[in-house]
Ligand binder design. Sequence first.
Ligand code: 4AD
Ligand code: MG
Length: 457
Amino acid sequence: MKHTDIFDVLKKPELLGQEVTVCGWVRTFRDSSAVCFLELADGTSFPRLQVVIDKKALDVDAECTKLGASVKVTGEVVKAFKGDGHELNAKEVTLLGKCPPDYPIQKKRTTLEFLRGIPHLRLRTNTFNAVFRVRSVAAQAVHRYFHEHRYYYIQTPLITASDCEGAGEMFRVTTQPYNAKYESEAEYYKNDFFGVKAGLSVSGQLEGEVAAMAFSKIYTFGPSFRAENSNTTRHLAEFWHIEPEVAFAELPDIIEIAEDMIKYLIRAVLEECPDEINFFDSFVEKGLKAKLEHVATSDFAICDYTDAISIFQKADVKFQYPVDWGCDLQTEHEKYLTEVVFKRPVFVTNYPKEIKSFYMKQNPDGKTVAATDLLVPGIGEIIGCSEREADYDKLLAAMKARNMDISAYKQYLDLRIFGSVPHSGFGLGFDRFVMYVTGMENIRDVVLFPRTVNNIM
Ligand code: 4AD
Ligand code: MG
């Protein structure tokens, strides 16, 4: 079907005075005595196209004026009556698909919660249209950033036999019938598809390290899966994960890279999605644009975990979870640190080894690891990062202390035998990043079909 994107009709000066055909969905309809107006959206641009219909010259099928109907319009591109954009003087309006009055997306603003119940239709609203356009632009920028910095994009397996984070949050992958009866767990899995227990990967890091030991700089960008039973506004069972892994890099190096990448992504969104960011600034998070401009141009804070603990202990607020050195930070602590104390993104560094993963480099103090989480106002953690333990004996000891099945990690340990080097990496939760740049407060509203506890619509 030959037609022109509404984006081009609105923005391209050379189309003024030309006849074009556009296709889209009716977003509003206004009728006055001599003319009527259709606003059309085709998803290629945030602003919609106003179609002006001269009622004397053109008899339009009433079905073409119904909210949600899909139509094809041919007409002349003219200067808009208001503003400096373009509009279309219709010569022919053809109905493509009618839309009955019980169409759930009506003109008046509905709640995000209501829209979560119709994930197949909510993308046609302004809000979701803008969210997913930003999401796409940000994803392109991720690839561009790494490509420009000579990182190789690798694809790590989604089905795996080893648990990277060791938090027991793996979904199982099985072909066993539900009523299989076996004497032992080992026997059960022996009869399964892979002959061992397998699951969906929580992270591509372990395989990413393999590639970094050959290419120096790699990244992954794909889904990770976590059977976390946490029904929060920032957890998904299936989320998109960006994981760079860098050889010859220590913790301060990877912190610099993470900060540089986040700023690059924010700049890309500001440059490529001005209409969307203005919309979010007005209707979703007041001050969002100024926040992003500030973040893109100023230094992130760095705060040692031990210092953070004393900040919490001296704080003039009552936390639901009291803090002691050694405890894991809860969302309330993360928010306090970024929103009240630093008022900007902050890297919390050098966590107690007991609350972090086996692969992190052990610091000389014997108590902490060279790890950092990047916390941002409004969300909390968006990046988990560390230098990796490159010493074979120390890594093995850390795995044994956690009662891990060493045989499942032979290849990972081999990397510490054959030309081991200092290396570091991080994982950025892409969905959480999209929340941060759009101001959306619930992770379910930045994902097409969110998978969460009890929800797989
Ligand atoms: O902190 P995490 O668990 O770190 C890792 O997985 C490391 N292997 C990363 C690495 O060093 N290569 O997860 C990294 C990030 C988190 O900071 C968070 O943004 C996101 O992934 N994330 C989730 N996002 C949505 N839903 C969930 N259930 C998430 N779990 C983690
Ligand atoms: Mg983490």
